[in-house]
Design a protein around this ligand. Structure first.
Ligand SMILES: Cc1cc2nc3c(=O)[nH]c(=O)nc-3n(C[C@H](O)[C@H](O)[C@H](O)COP(=O)(O)OP(=O)(O)OC[C@H]3O[C@@H](n4cnc5c(N)ncnc54)[C@H](O)[C@@H]3O)c2cc1C
Length: 284
């Protein structure tokens, strides 16, 4: 298949890109890694009149830290996370998660921000962003806007980004000392999208969980933060004795649809297992 005809722009600055977005908000698409957009165009599921290729905007290719955040620029490729980008537990978590995203060549081109903007319900980065409470930094000719993950993801392939906005940066909490993390994903083959997955991040002080982040993905139209179970975890002793109870509760909380890949019952089982393994990893 070949895409429908389109005009192609490769701006030399972010301000030029924003001006193009402002001029053609409803008929253009940003091209980042192209690993989701190009297949969609080839199948004519997406038919933008104009592509704005941001690959020359090297000022968007960065990973920086501030006192409490990891700042991920829009052109940061998945492959940048193959090795821990920081020594803190967050670096190890991201380097574990990234190996579940597609295949090596796709990870060389696809971007963290492109995944977040694309908002596939089974995207690993969307799960991480939702669970850790990421902030998205949107730029347009109107200025900068910060969007919390809880407001950003609105459903399958749907976000709070306006048509003239570029997702310029994603900010994750640094998870410095005292944090422990875990991730587990089940997919049919290496590189496939997840049928069920979970992320856990627990802050432990003096043997007690004092902050908990727990989220699941691959069920429903977006990743889900299990806020009720996070509350249940806080105040508990940091031991694997609590893992089975939380996994059973997660199973009851999710309401997956069935499809050709898995029945709702099977997906619930996968979620319970993913939560159990992610929490066990974080607590051992
Ligand atoms: C065979 C295959 C397997 C895959 N498996 C997985 C997987 O297991 N898990 C997973 O998460 N992904 C998977 N992917 C998708 C891959 O991770 C993509 O890289 C990612 O979804 C999109 O990132 P991208 O940079 O390629 O974005 P693009 O394809 O360039 O763009 C995707 C969408 O986001 C928009 N966009 C991109 N960047 C921005 C921005 N900065 N601001 C605003 N809008 C923007 C585009 O306009 C477009 O609508 C797979 C892809 C393939 C081809």
């Amino acid at each position: 298949m070949k895409p429908a005809a389109f005009d192609y722009f490769k701006p030399a600055s972010v301000s030029d890109a924003l001006a193009l977005l402002a001029e053609h908000p409803d008929s253009c698409k940003i091209l980042a890694g192209g690993q989701s957009l190009v297949p969609a165009m080839n199948f004519r599921l997406a038919r933008p009149d104009i592509l704005i290729d941001i690959n020359d905007l090297s000022e968007l290719d960065y990973i920086r830290t501030s006192s409490d955040r990891l700042h991920i620029g829009a052109l940061t490729r998945h492959a940048a996370f193959h090795r821990p980008v920081i020594a803190a537990p967050l670096g190890r978590l991201l380097s574990k998660v990234v190996r579940h995203i597609a295949h090596y060549p796709i990870r060389q081109r696809g971007t963290f921000a492109g995944s977040v903007a694309h908002a596939d319900p089974a995207s690993e980065w969307c799960l991480v962003a939702t669970t850790l409470g990421a902030e998205m930094v949107a730029h347009s000719v109107r200025g900068e806007r910060l969007i919390e993950a809880s407001a950003f993801f609105q459903g399958t392939f749907t976000t709070a980004l306006a048509a003239d906005e570029l997702l310029a940066e994603v900010r994750l909490p640094l998870l410095s000392e005292g944090w422990r993390t875990g991730f587990y994903e089940f997919s049919r083959r290496a590189g496939d999208f997840a049928l069920g997955m979970a992320v856990a991040a627990l802050k432990v002080q003096a043997g007690t969980i004092c902050v908990a982040h727990l989220g699941v993905g691959g069920v429903g139209d977006r990743a889900i933060r299990l806020v009720a179970l996070e509350r249940q975890l806080v105040g508990q002793s940091a031991s694997i004795a609590i893992v089975d109870e939380i996994a059973r509760a997660a199973r009851a909380l999710v309401e997956p649809d069935g499809d050709i890949h898995a029945s709702p019952e099977y997906r619930r089982d996968l979620i319970a297992t993913s939560v159990k393994r992610a929490l066990t990893e974080a607590l051992t």
